[in-house]
Design a protein around this ligand. Sequence first.
Ligand code: ATP
Ligand code: MG
Length: 260
Amino acid sequence: MKIVSIFNQKGGVGKTTTNINLAAFIALRGYKVLVIDIDPQGNTSSGLGIEKEELENTTYELLLSDISIADVIHNVENIENLKIIPSNMNLAGADLELSYMEHRESILKTKLAALEENFDYVIIDCPPSLGLLTINALTASDTVLIPMQCEYYALEGISQLVKTIQKVKKGLNKNLEVEGVVLTMFDSRRNLQIQVAEELKSYFGELVYENSIPRNIRLAEAPSFGLPIALYDPKAKGSEAYSDLADEFLRKQSQEVVNG
Ligand code: ATP
Ligand code: MG
């Protein structure tokens, strides 16, 4: 089982869109995937068709009560291999409540260690902040997958992003690695975007995925139907892009095994 956090402290860069669609395609390839929504906005949950508002077995209860992890795992309709631990606005208070707890950074890690069901991948959608929810996600993870929008401000955000990952690596999770960097809402006709993409490649090297995600309205529409793009419009450009990204992600896993 590999645990991957989708993280960038910058808001609106495509974390949730990447989480939903990468997870869905990997599950459709036959792997067992658990998505954890650790963002109080709950966008991953609604985007995967969960009616989240009234739920009482969510990430909040997982982190702040002694409910077992099996009891907060929900099915995702139409994708047999995909399960989710959803979140809703209740989670907004968790950062503060967690701060009073012992071992407050590693609660998610401890809960995940008690997972009895076998998953190939756990993919965690982080909020756009550096609070205890994000720290819990990074502490529990093997790797971080970073979505980046190719605009000027992306470059300014990198040092903060890298600092956060290094801080977690130093204090809480020395094995944390970067899984990859995916360029989102990418428009290859715009010079600024190409320049920023070049900068990101010179910084992150081979960690930048060859498959970038274009801006595609169908990707923005799909969540309002509670569907990943694979089911909403499999022929859309955005669907092909996430399908290719899922293949590249999986190819890199097998390479890592080969390389030892
Ligand atoms: P937050 O930081 O608030 O959690 P986020 O990083 O999770 O945001 P998303 O919610 O995935 O970002 O995307 C932000 C907005 O951009 C959403 O409205 C989403 O539908 C839209 N969007 C994301 N990726 C694409 C894309 N490739 N093409 C078109 N729209 C996109
Ligand atoms: Mg999000």
